[in-house]
Design a protein. Sequence first.
Length: 183
Amino acid sequence: MSLPPLPHAPPPAIQVLLSLIVIPAAVLDIKTRRIPNWLSLSGIVVALLLNTFLGELDGLWFSLKGLGVAFVIYFVLYLLHGMGAGDVKLMAAVGAASGPMYWFLILVLTSLIGAVAGLILIAVKGRFRKTYDNILLILISLRHATAPYKGHPELDVRSGEALRLPHAVMIACGTLLAIWAPR
């Protein structure tokens, strides 16, 4: 059994737009722990316009599908308090620019990079046991169809007790790897 082929890289104009969205978002997330609405929302608007310009109505539909898929998946994570609202809007902008299939590649790369960064953070902070316990709490909560953050503030990304990473950095790394890595 072979793996499906990777989606084609977006056109150069889209690659530049993606870079112009994710790099400032990563820098601002590191500095302020926030991703400003003006950056994500202007990224969405420019992505919709650029994809429409490049592909007419098919380009607009392509962009809207990417935006929708990215928004829905990240909004679920937001509802579970595992992601901030800025991350949802940033990934919606990335989806609007890249389209749904390429966005899934970006999501996988972002997730892998985030997992490695998370393991490094856990090691640096010496929180292996606490992380293991938290994973069990999450699995038990989900098995009982309850949100994991309820009753466990350390599982709420908005809590001061949570161990957090600037997720826009992971999104930027995943996006830049997807668009600029040689094939």
